[in-house]
Design a protein around this ligand. Sequence first.
Ligand SMILES: [Zn+2]
Length: 241
Amino acid sequence: MSCHRTSKRVALVAALAALALALTPATGTAGPHRAAPYDQQRCGNTSGRVLLSFDDWAYDDPDLAVEVGDYLASRGIRAAFFLINEFASRNPHVVDTLREQGHWVGNHTYSHRNLPDLSEADARAEIRDGLDSTLFRPPYGNYGARETRIASELGYRVCTWTVDTLDWDDSAGSFPGTDTLRARVRQAPAADKRGGVILGHLFTRFPDAVPGIIDDLRDEGYRLCRDTGPTSRNIPVPLNC
Ligand SMILES: [Zn+2]
């Protein structure tokens, strides 16, 4: 008999515990399952892994993108490519192949204009006519509340970066070499690498530096986003790195 009463009490306690758990989010208490706010610099990367990203276009050799994509896949790494659609739309096999290789391909506008300089209608057209995806990287990283709003209205989240390799800076007369780019990533703050996003471009020395950058990151104990097979236009949040 007492045994029966005890099991009833246990059931009541369990029910109350379940009720308390169910009510927890409604009371506004931060629970362990509460999602972190979307971080535009990290693009939804909450994995702790490093995401490499490649912007613009390889003007002298459009197939360089898929060669880089193939190399990364061979090392089990998924990267993100933000391609200028003026070029990508004329080379659809590049986008298709990158996605088949397991990489994400995002919107970097139609013609890479500086959006804050444009009228609302022109800024909207640049994003609307960009590559079809769900992640949007503004040219030069220049954007404000207006660009975030337009991107959101068109179904995009803004995605920038935490580590800029400055590979695009040719003010010294040429693009920085591979050793310089490797050193810049090594010297970047740990907090910007762990769960971060590294920015480079397809038309600089960055693709040549990437094998060494990967070696350095792994030697330092970082993990990189894993290639788990083909992707689609829909890039998830959080990123499945
Ligand atoms: Zn760009």
